[in-house]
Design a protein around this ligand. Structure first.
Ligand code: HEC
Ligand code: HEC
Length: 376
């Protein structure tokens, strides 16, 4: 035993181990060469990431919203916004030319679809409610479970998703490359080179960065100094919403001093989506993190424009704002991971109405370029 240990610890002691280590080095060298060769081939076929070449422009945030975050690798240019807008409304990004991003995130339904759960190509039904894309640029993660880290990463996912647009990325690139006007526009935005998914993602994400909605009655009241902008009922509703001992809503739907996103961007379990046997049917954030506390947790949605985007919750199970308020009055659905801030609350009929009046005051303005190109 001692002998073996010695051999292992002291290198090249015996000729046998000398040979072994020499052949090991050889093997490493070979493996290294192979990796180099593969990398070389890869660089010949794959395009490197491309950044927009034009002049970067500032996207102004409306009243009530903070400055718009933009990544250094995808600065917004007027040309990129125009290209992204065209892609966003183009049904050719789906396998059978029936679905665009706007089919589910429609400018006429506050960039949502009004359905309980999304419906994609060939009338396939998903399992989750379509969130609005308005103000999505402010989210630290995308999707109810936060599985995408950026708007760029998110944008290519529904294109390939078999129950949404069902267009594999290679086909998407081939399809768009065969369209001369797209070739010209991509070259204008990114310079010469082939169309790639990287460029498609970047253009769509840049257009989405312009989909902002603020300047609601609440914003004018809270941040614009216009104390007559909100109704008296909505003002009472705001007090209930913010009061720890009444609504206690701001603990998750955040209002900051200079702006309000109405979300903490964190994941909470409210017990939504329970079947008849008391089991949560969608594990939400848990699927991503495998952390027990994340079981049945979903990212807090913003409440801006919420009066226009029924039905509610990740599964669209609550039809009206009144049903949502009643759900909170009951303290959510009891389960082992229920958030500690979910407790039954007491609200009079008047207070419920006030809370709804407040949520209705969160309906903001739509951005100027909200509709499909050519329709403004
Ligand atoms: C078939 C309907 C459908 C289509 C088409 C679709 N989406 Fe979505 N979108 C959804 C649903 C449903 C979700 C939520 C899914 C989830 O959380 O698991 C979502 C989530 C998102 C989000 C995240 C928002 C948030 O608050 O987390 C963004 C951004 C988004 N979609 C943009 C797009 C873009 C860009 C396209 C086009 C390339 C697109 N969507 C196409 C249904 C659709
Ligand atoms: C513990 C954090 C938390 C608290 C407290 C909280 N919410 Fe929520 N809210 C969430 C989360 C998370 C969701 C999504 C849950 C899901 O779909 O599973 C949500 C969903 C909603 C929705 C539906 C939005 C949509 O687009 O589907 C409304 C409306 C809402 N909350 C209003 C309120 C009001 C009003 C209060 C106070 C009475 C409140 N919330 C308190 C975290 C919270």
């Amino acid at each position: 035993m001692k002998n073996v240990l010695n051999r292992c610890l002291l290198p090249d002691q015996s000729s046998r181990y000398g040979v072994a280590s020499a052949s090991l080095k050889c093997l490493f060298l070979l493996a290294f060469l192979l990796v180099c060769l593969l990398a070389c081939r890869q660089s010949q076929t794959a395009e490197p990431p491309a950044n927009p070449i034009g002049t970067a422009i500032a996207i102004a945030a409306p009243l009530g919203l903070p400055p718009v975050p933009v990544p250094a690798t995808n600065m917004p240019t007027a040309e990129a916004i125009a290209l992204g807008r065209k892609l966003y409304f183009d049904t050719r990004l789906s396998s059978d030319n029936t679905f665009s991003c706007a089919s589910c995130h429609s400018p006429y339904i506050r960039f949502s679809d009004g359905l309980q759960v999304a419906s994609g190509v060939r009338a396939q039904r998903g399992t989750r409610n379509t969130p609005t894309v308005l103000n999505a640029v402010y989210r630290q993660t995308q999707f109810w479970d936060g599985r995408a880290r950026s708007l760029e990463q998110q944008a290519s996912m529904p294109i390939a998703n078999p129950i949404e647009m069902d267009l594999p990325h290679e086909l998407c690139v081939t399809k768009l490359s065969a369209i001369q006007s797209y070739q010209d526009e991509f070259a204008k935005v990114f310079g010469p080179g082939r169309i790639t998914m990287d460029k498609i993602e970047k253009a769509i994400a840049t257009f989405e960065r312009t989909l902002l909605s603020g300047n609601s009655a609440f914003d004018r009241y809270q941040f614009g100094g216009d104390k007559t902008a909100m109704s008296v009922a909505a003002i009472r509703g705001l007090a209930i919403f913010s009061d720890k001992n009444r609504g206690n809503c701001t603990v998750c739907h955040t209002i900051n001093e200079k702006f309000a996103l109405f979300t903490d961007d964190k994941f909470h379990n409210l017990g939504v989506g329970m079947n008849a046997s008391g089991e949560l049917t969608d594990l939400g954030r848990f699927e991503q993190t495998k952390i027990e506390a994340d079981r049945g947790a979903f990212r807090t949605p913003s409440l801006r424009n919420v009066a226009k985007t029924a039905p509610y919750m990740h599964d669209g199970s609550l039809k009206t704002l009144r049903e949502v308020i009643d759900f909170y009055i009951g303290g959510g659905n009891s389960n082992p991971q229920l958030d500690k801030d979910m407790k039954p609350i007491k609200l009079s009929a008047q207070e419920r109405d006030d809370l709804i009046a407040f949520l209705e005051a969160l309906t903001g303005e739509l951005p100027p370029n909200a509709e499909a190109p050519g329709k403004e």
